[in-house]
Design a protein around this ligand. Structure first.
Ligand code: 13P
Ligand code: 13P
Ligand code: MG
Ligand code: MG
Length: 368
């Protein structure tokens, strides 16, 4: 049996009424494009949106970073951009930062999460997509699910899980090449924690089972901020997580999302807000937020997808959403003061820096 590749490629190429959602026509165009042009490239695919981002999940046998697969998605987003322009939508082509395609979409704007796997007899996996936040939003939930028995009971109950997981963490501040470190849980969880707490800089790229060597997580690490040299929207990450058997159970991967932890993003990508788990194809609203995360569960066999099951479409998560809304309201009460707005290092390319430069000249040193 040859290997199967799961690919998520996601971009914001235009949105209705602000940064809310893509138009129905754009989504239909992406579906049509992938269906027609992907016939001889893909085995199966799913197209959906989270906030203003369109994500293409596909299965194929071409491996990760495959030029044909990446070009197909890039061109599908170009086709949707045309529609967005025609409809006068906001931010048409926003995430397509380079004018011509070269090899794969990494570093060109779209977010990518891919893995090549040997399919297990039963292969359940989760497809996460977040909007109005950045890749570091996954740090806390991944830490909890892959290091902490309070969230993954499997560490107590399963001898295989007990062998732990290997984290590959990227320093996204280094832009010349991929700068990564590999750390093993559980022995090095304090080192993992020391890096992951700084989630604007250190981001989980992948996680591997130490029992079997199999890859279990692939997450996007793109920082548009670092590609474009200026603010062009938040990085709105995607992630693939395989579940069950030698990996945490689906519910163990989901359990940290009950926290609604504070992440960077929200209005103008410049604020802290709680991450709200939302249903499939949710839109964005309050203060261009709150930051949202969707999660769809699939099963795959010989590359054929069954699903999705919308995991956050359940009465439990209605209760969580209400709690998260309260957390959002609470931090919004202090507007742009202190922890509510991001530090200057995250804002350095926007107008506030010009204001500060101008004001600097007006400062005087008082004589004693
Ligand atoms: P089942 O006993 O229903 O297979 O569930 C096992 C499991 O992993 C639950 O998290
Ligand atoms: P997006 O990155 O989702 O386009 O949001 C940008 C923004 O500025 C929201 O206020
Ligand atoms: Mg947008
Ligand atoms: Mg977005």
């Amino acid at each position: 049996m040859s290997k199967i590749t799961l690919s998520i490629i996601k971009a914001d190429v235009g949105s209705v009424g602000g940064h809310i959602k893509p138009s129905e026509e754009m989504i239909q165009e992406v579906k049509k494009y992938v269906k027609n042009k992907g016939k001889n490239i893909l085995i199966d695919y799913y197209v959906g949106h989270t906030g203003d981002d369109i994500a293409i999940l596909s299965t194929h046998r071409k491996g990760v970073l495959n030029p044909q697969v990446h070009k197909l998605c890039w061109d599908a987003f170009l086709a949707a951009t045309k529609i967005a322009k025609k409809q006068g939508l906001y931010g048409a082509g926003q995430d397509l930062l380079k004018s011509s395609f070269s090899g794969n979409v990494k570093g060109m704007g779209p977010a990518v999460a891919e893995m090549e796997i040997e399919e297990r007899p039963a292969e359940p996996f989760l497809f996460f997509a977040a909007d109005k936040t950045e890749p570091g939003a996954f740090n806390l939930p991944l830490y909890l699910s892959f290091c902490d028995p309070m969230y993954t009971a499997g560490f107590v109950l399963s001898p295989v899980l007990k062998k732990g997981f290997r984290f590959v963490i990227m320093d996204v501040a280094y832009t010349k090449a991929d700068k990564i470190i590999e750390l093993n849980a559980p022995e090095e969880i304090y080192d993992i924690a020391a890096l992951l707490r700084d989630n604007g800089r250190f981001v989980v790229e992948s996680i591997w089972s130490r029992a079997t060597g199999e890859q279990v997580v692939s997450a996007s690490t793109t920082r548009l901020h670092n590609i474009a040299g200026k603010y062009v929207g938040k990085d709105d990450p995607v992630m693939l997580v395989r579940t069950q058997k030698n990996f945490p159970a689906t519910g163990e991967i989901l359990s940290p999302y009950t926290i609604g932890h504070y992440v960077s993003g929200f209005m103008r990508g410049s604020h802290a807000g709680p991450l709200m788990p939302v249903k499939r194809n949710s839109t964005i609203s309050y203060f261009d937020g709150p930051p949202v995360i969707s999660c769809l569960a699939f099963s795959v066999k010989n590359g054929k997808l069954t699903g999705p099951a919308d995991v956050f479409d359940h009465p439990y998560w209605d209760y969580v959403r209400e709690k998260v809304a309260r957390k959002a309201e609470e931090i919004r009460r202090q507007g742009f003061f202190g922890q509510a707005m991001l530090p200057m290092t995250e804002l350095e390319y926007t107008g506030v820096m010009d204001t500060l430069k101008k004001l600097e000249k007006r400062f005087t040193i008082r004589k004693k």
